[in-house]
Design a protein around this ligand. Structure first.
Ligand code: HAM
Length: 449
């Protein structure tokens, strides 16, 4: 016997059987509804991009260690997109003159990251993106937060189950520059360290940053940033805060944003966290990660933030953007944890599908003609190609849960008629072909959901 290939997909990749896809599509459709009520338009960009645009703006780790690289010709390297934001920036830069601001776009790309597969992490995944561009005010940030809350509440989640942990990179800049005297060029290192902090033990983290900065004051300061649940709690940990800190853009912007959250009644869903900085290089303002408040899903469900100069790779124009990328798989784990996915969503609903049972092969052409006729009226129907043994065909229709079966035999064919059977009441009657559609409507009106 010849060797058989594995039935499994590649490691970290997933086959979606129809019930899995139905569930995923149900989640995506709900989010699509939110996009619609906020006026976000859908767009799409290629799955392959030149590697340079990600190398310049995403993160070194993402490009060097976590990307799938495709070699087109020798030396010409392309990347299977690990995220969408650089592609979005490219598309906006190309047409920025003609696009009306603010631009509100969403997309649902398939992304690829060469990560160790684990709970919530795959190598191929759907990541829904919402971004608002050309809206510099904090109302843009507020809108994104509102969208996040609406997505969760649309599924029935409550503030007890999820929280948006937010911070502001400009605020952390001010803390580092004005209070800790971190040299400006070292700020990206602080972000990298804080982003890794969550995965490290306290002692390990302390060792890691003290080796990088070789400065006790900075090390202790960054340790304080690791966990503070409010601005007050963080600032209480520092003595002699200079006045220019309170005048800094970062401090003021964060306070203003909190006021907006309060006015919009979003505070219940949001918590400040000085440790949230996001791993990608391009963020400059408000940043956030959404977490499950329970213990089952420890990783961030998804995150995003404001980026001010992403377009600079493609043009001299400066357009600021704010948005997030939501891993649909991550969200599905959260929804599953709180039983927020209806059980029956995974099953195909055949109740409105009409089942056509032809009694023998001689009626097959007539049965197929009837099928086409009712499909033209936008009714779904399936034809049983066994063309024998009516009892078995009716049993099959029952198993599928069809509400209506059409029975077609030689008598029906000869007289241009069809027998229509209500599978719920088990009544049946024979009608002219021309009356059939009306009869179908009648049963659906009386018995449909
Ligand atoms: P990110 O934090 O790299 O941000 O990814 C956002 C989300 O994508 C994650 O929180 C998670 O839900 C999902 N995700 C990432 N990697 C995987 C994986 N291996 N398997 C499953 N899901 C995954 C970004 O990508 C930014 N571009 C988001 C953004 C849009 N910021 C502004 N606009």
């Amino acid at each position: 016997m010849s060797k058989k290939f594995s039935k499994d997909p590649l490691r970290g990749m997933e086959d979606y059987y129809p019930p899995d896809l139905r569930e995923e599509n149900w989640i995506i459709d709900n989010i699509r509804d939110v996009a619609e009520v906020y006026g976000y338009e859908e767009f799409e960009s290629p799955q392959l991009e030149p590697i340079e645009i990600f190398a310049a703006k995403s993160s070194e780790e993402l490009v060097n260690e976590q990307s799938f690289i495709v070699e087109k010709k020798q030396g010409e390297r392309l990347i299977l997109i690990p995220e969408l934001t650089p592609s979005l920036a490219r598309m906006i830069a190309k047409k920025s003159q003609e696009l009306k601001k603010p631009i509100r776009w969403f997309s649902n790309p398939t992304c690829f990251r060469y990560e160790r597969p684990q709970r919530g992490r795959r190598r191929q995944f759907k990541q829904i993106n919402f971004d608002i561009l050309g809206e510099d005010s904090l109302y843009g940030d507020l809108e994104i937060f509102n969208i996040v809350v609406d997505i969760f509440t649309k599924f029935g989640a409550t503030a007890e189950q999820f929280q948006i942990y937010y911070n502001n990179r400009r605020f952390i800049d001010a803390v580092c520059l004005l209070m800790l005297n971190v040299p400006e060029q070292k700020l990206p290192v602080v972000y990298k360290a804080l982003d890794k902090a969550e995965k490290m033990e306290e002692k390990e983290f302390e060792k890691y940053i003290s080796e990088i900065f070789q400065d006790r004051n900075i090390t202790q300061g960054i340790l304080k940033l690791k966990k503070s649940g409010s601005i007050e709690e963080l600032l209480e940990k520092f003595d002699n805060i200079p006045k220019n800190f309170y005048d800094s853009e970062g401090y003021k912007e964060l306070r203003d944003f909190e006021n907006l959250l309060e006015q919009a009644n979003l505070l219940d869903y949001c918590t400040f966290s000085s440790a949230v900085v996001r791993g990608l290089d391009y963020y400059t303002g408000i940043v956030f990660e959404v977490y499950d408040t329970g213990t089952k899903n420890t990783r961030s469900i998804f995150g995003g933030g404001r980026y001010d100069d992403l377009l600079s790779l493609f043009s001299d124009e400066r357009i600021s953007g704010m948005g997030f990328g939501l891993g649909v798989f991550m969200l599905s784990l959260f929804l599953d944890t709180y039983k927020l996915i209806p059980q029956d969503i995974r099953e195909m609903d055949y109740s409105d599908t009409i089942y056509i049972a032809g009694i023998n092969k001689n009626v097959s052409a007539y049965a197929l003609e009837i099928a086409q006729m009712i499909r033209k009226e936008d009714f779904a129907c399936i034809v049983d190609y066994r063309f024998s043994n009516l009892k078995n065909q009716l049993k099959k229709a029952n198993e599928l849960g069809n509400m209506i079966t059409l029975i077609i035999g030689p008598n029906e064919m000869e007289k241009n008629k069809v027998t229509i059977r209500n599978m719920i009441s088990e009544e049946q009657n024979t009608v002219n072909k021309e009356q059939l559609i009306d009869e179908i409507y009648k049963i659906i009106e009386d018995y449909g959901n």
